[in-house]
Design a protein around this ligand. Structure first.
Ligand SMILES: Nc1nc2c(ncn2[C@@H]2O[C@H](COP(=O)(O)OP(=O)(O)OP(=O)(O)O)[C@@H](O)[C@H]2O)c(=O)[nH]1
Ligand SMILES: [Mg+2]
Length: 389
């Protein structure tokens, strides 16, 4: 075996970057690139974190910390400037180190070829919440790995039912792990922008008493419980707003609604909401929708149910929450309802979920009631994979 190195942190400028160094003579390589310390030679003891300066000849490249993670396994934590990272990588290459991608190095360092563990490690930088990290880490030894190992002793029908359950639960887990997109839509002047500002805690979108204030969509991030949310405020929908720009803005709003994980239909409960066309309510069919009856600080001109029933058939009526985006009342209850709608309330982070397209595809095949042999081959592939990058 020789020595390998890979940049484990994402591309771009971060404060810190990590270069993983691994292989039978990794310690010798480090001894050569770090200046000798005649008084007290550096000890590369597992578990130690060393402070060191990396030099190329007389030129200092960077001051780094080196995590001694195991026998001939080191994490070099340098400054994140891509030029510094590249210089260290090229220096390692000059000393005979083979440069790899993060994926390739993880495959090399994974002793048991546990592909779910590798996928988990590769997913970690993309996780949006602490709860998401818990879910992913739980899949390595328990969660998905444990379920798949048990299946090797189970009949195909049991496997099919459990695989379907995991796929269903994973849709919710993905909201917690990777975040979810919530689109605020509805007629003009109902308070969509005011609500975006209220939820994200700053004045991100312009609020004004003029119909059609928001044209291009505005986005902001916020966290509600275990949900990392990208909020998107859209142009008000009204068939009477018919200039080219207004029509284009409304078209974009409809597209954003059709792609949303959750739609907050913001209505002004002091005004009738009949200006929205049928094409809009059609897009909402089969979507997770919550009606937000805003301006509850004003007297109701229309009845809540009246406002919704002019837009929806009785059977398709979404749940409704009364708020005042202006005063901030009802926002806590709205946040609870959003979590309920996303299904993340009381989500058990220990349960098995899938989190990559590869896993989902294999589980989908397992739901189709395979023969015992075919099921076992799919489970083995799920656990150990059959291809390497
Ligand atoms: N009384 C009251 N006024 C509100 C409330 N929320 C928003 N408004 C007012 O309603 C007007 C419109 O608010 P916006 O947030 O700009 O409405 P919008 O839905 O984004 O409007 P468009 O961008 O035109 O679609 C502003 O004058 C706000 O101050 C509320 O809860 N109560
Ligand atoms: Mg607006």
């Amino acid at each position: 075996m020789s020595v390998f190195a890979a940049v484990m942190t994402g591309k771009g400028t971060g404060a810190i970057a990590t270069i993983q160094l691994y292989g039978d003579s990794a310690t010798d390589i480090l001894k050569r690139i770090l200046p000798p310390q005649p008084q007290k030679p550096i000890e590369f003891t597992t578990g130690k974190i060393l402070l060191a300066v990396i030099k190329s000849g007389d030129k200092t490249i960077d001051q780094v910390t080196i995590g001694c993670e195991g026998n001939n396994t080191y994490a070099i934590n340098c400054h994140g400037n891509p030029l510094i990272v590249e210089e260290i990588m090229q220096l390692l290459r000059q000393y005979g180190v083979e440069l790899l991608t993060a994926e390739q190095l993880l495959y090399k360092t994974s002793a048991e070829n546990n592909i779910i563990a590798i996928e988990a490690k590769l997913t970690l930088p993309k996780i949006k919440t602490i709860q998401g990290t818990q879910i992913i880490l739980n899949q390595i030894d328990s969660g998905l790995t444990a379920s798949a190992k048990n299946w090797l002793q189970n009949p195909p029908e049991k496997i099919a039912a459990e695989a379907q359950n995991i796929i269903d639960k994973s849709k919710i887990a993905k909201f917690i792990i990777f975040g979810c997109q919530i689109v605020l839509a509805g007629p003009p002047n109902t308070g969509k922008s005011a609500l975006l500002n209220q939820l994200c805690g700053r004045q991100k979108a312009i609020v004004a008493d003029i119909k059609g204030t928001t044209r291009d969509w505005v986005s902001a991030n916020c966290q509600i419980g275990s949900l990392a949310i990208e909020l998107i405020d859209t142009a008000g929908l009204d068939d009477k707003l018919a200039s080219d720009i207004e029509k284009a803005a409304q078209q974009t709003a409809m597209e954003l609604v059709s792609q949303a994980d959750i739609v907050l239909l913001v209505l002004d409960n002091s005004e009738p909401a009949n200006q929205i066309g049928k094409s809009f309510t059609n897009i909402l069919t089969n979507k997770k929708v919550l009606a937000v009856l805003n301006k509850s600080d004003l007297p109701f001109v229309a009845q809540r149910s009246g406002n919704l029933s002019c837009l929806f058939e009785t059977g398709n009526m979404p749940n409704a929450v009364s708020i005042s985006a202006k005063l901030g009342t009802g926002i806590d209850y709205l946040c609870d309802e959003i979590q309920r709608l996303a299904g993340v309330e009381n989500f058990d982070p220990n349960q098995p979920v899938c989190f990559t397209a590869r896993q989902e595809q294999l589980l989908t095949q397992l739901t189709k009631g395979k023969s015992k042999e075919a099921a076992h081959s799919l489970i083995t592939e799920l656990l150990s994979g059959n291809c390497k990058p």
